[in-house]
Design a protein around this ligand. Structure first.
Ligand SMILES: Nc1ncnc2c1ncn2[C@@H]1O[C@H](COP(=O)(O)OP(=O)(O)OP(=O)(O)O)[C@@H](O)[C@H]1O
Ligand SMILES: O=P(O)(O)OC[C@H]1O[C@H](OP(=O)(O)OP(=O)(O)O)[C@H](O)[C@@H]1O
Ligand SMILES: [Mg+2]
Length: 402
């Protein structure tokens, strides 16, 4: 049975399990997709800031006697495996000698210690100075990262754990004709005596969202899991929970409504600002992680295609290849002669064409290459595409004032 706590939402306080006072600073950066997304958590709630930082939440001092850098990775749940697999794809395999141990290492980065922790504890330990870096969902960073503004989202889109924090209500009954948050806030059913009961594991974000959307009479209930069962059981009117495929909502006769997305989330790499500034090695390790992650994720949607083409010259082959819509390469295709021996002499009859092709255009590229005389087409996966510079790194330095 889930634990359940109740909090009343009034016009001044935003309850949060970890906040000593209702004065909270919520810091969202610009939406992902923009050039400056390196420090940019994606937030449907794009609003910046509510009030000031609570004095009691000032950052704990950094322990100077720790020389090793620490990264927190999810110890369990759906993100644990995908985090390890992403790191492995970047040649950063995590070596855990004993599965019952909470520590591990990454042989390629000797000064980095891995700590397996629950996602919310990763955020808390970043804030307390016990961790320097972490991989967690943006939802968790946003919910538990409000105590101080020490957290920096270094990579906002690690391309797994995609979900949204959303308000959902029963499909029928009093909600049958309710299709938007606006409609819902105006429902006459919610009174001081009988407030809207919303169950959520996201007390801070949920309360903030409801308040910003004009809900006056709300009773916030906190629960750990199976939130979707609360409305059908009559224990709550609505939920604020994570949605991915929407299956759990559907199976429980719940629906999302227009304007009800509180936050878009996916896995992020987060760092402690103080560690980046003050702890030896953190900035360098963050740079390497960021370079590898960004280059790997950039490469993950592309394939390298090599084909042999008959031609009179490299230019002749290039002319034909450049006429294809599916092959553009990074800077353009590379065309190089394939040497063979003819009548005792070195000759060139074929040229090899190399180009990076978006995965979704692969089949079209092969058809088009064949149509201009391409043969022996080889397709290889790419591990990395390193650009001239890592955009997120530049943004991080700017954010840190370096
Ligand atoms: N259905 C989902 N699809 C994709 N990502 C999700 C989904 N649910 C949660 N996530 C992401 O994965 C993170 C971890 O969720 P997970 O369910 O593994 O742990 P938890 O809910 O914090 O713990 P537990 O379920 O054990 O109480 C979430 O913070 C969120 O970022
Ligand atoms: O939209 P869907 O793809 O159906 O996913 C949404 C469900 O996933 C999460 O639950 P989880 O599986 O983590 O179980 P939990 O409630 O125990 O956390 C979330 O809390 C939803 O219940
Ligand atoms: Mg869960």
């Amino acid at each position: 049975m889930s634990t359940m706590l109740a909090a009343r939402l009034d016009s001044t306080a935003i309850p949060s399990p970890q906040l000593p006072s209702p004065s909270i600073r919520l810091r969202f950066s610009p939406p992902a997709g923009s050039r400056s997304r390196s420090l940019a958590p994606r937030a449907a709630a794009s609003a910046t800031a509510v009030a000031t930082k609570p004095a009691a939440a000032a950052a704990a001092p950094l322990s100077a006697d720790r020389t090793v850098v620490r990264i927190g990775l999810p110890s369990k749940g759906r993100m644990a495996e995908q985090t390890l697999s992403l790191l492995k794809s970047c040649q950063l395999s995590v070596r855990q000698l004993n599965p019952r141990q909470y520590t591990a290492d990454i042989p390629l980065i000797p000064n980095l210690e891995v700590w397996f922790q629950r996602p919310k504890d990763i955020v808390r330990k970043l804030q307390s100075g016990d961790l320097d870096l972490g991989i967690v969902g943006f939802d968790t960073v946003s919910e538990y990262g409000q105590v101080n503004d020490d957290l920096v989202v270094v990579h906002d889109a690690l391309d797994f754990g995609q979900c949204r924090l959303s308000l959902a209500v029963p499909k029928g009954g009093i909600f049958e004709n309710i299709h938007s948050v606006e409609d819902m806030a105006k429902m006459p059913e919610w009174t001081e005596e009988q407030p809207l009961r919303v169950v959520t594991g996201f007390g801070y974000l949920g309360a903030k969202f409801l308040k910003e959307n004009g809900f006056k009479h709300v009773r916030l209930l906190s629960a750990d899991g199976a939130l979707e069962s609360f409305p059908p059981m009559g224990m709550a009117d609505a939920i604020v929970d994570l949605v991915s495929s929407g299956t759990t909502l559907r199976e429980n006769n719940l629906k999302e409504i227009e304007g009800g997305v509180v936050l878009e989330s996916q896995a992020t790499l987060v760092a402690s600002r103080r560690s980046l500034h003050k702890r030896n090695g953190v900035l360098e390790i963050t740079h390497e992680l960021l370079e590898r992650l960004e280059a790997h994720l950039r490469a993950s949607t592309e394939l390298m295609v090599t084909a042999n083409m008959r031609g009179n010259s490299a230019e002749d082959v290039a002319e034909r290849v450049l006429s294809l819509t599916s092959i553009c390469g990074l800077q353009g295709p590379t065309i190089s002669p394939v040497y063979c021996r003819r009548d005792g002499k070195v000759a060139v009859e074929y040229y090899a064409m190399n180009a990076v092709v978006p995965q979704k255009l692969l089949y079209k590229a092969i058809q088009q290459l064949r149509s201009i005389g391409g043969s022996g087409v080889l397709v290889t996966k790419l591990t990395y595409i390193f650009d001239e510079e890592t955009l997120r790194w530049r943004d991080l330095l700017t954010e840190l004032g370096l």
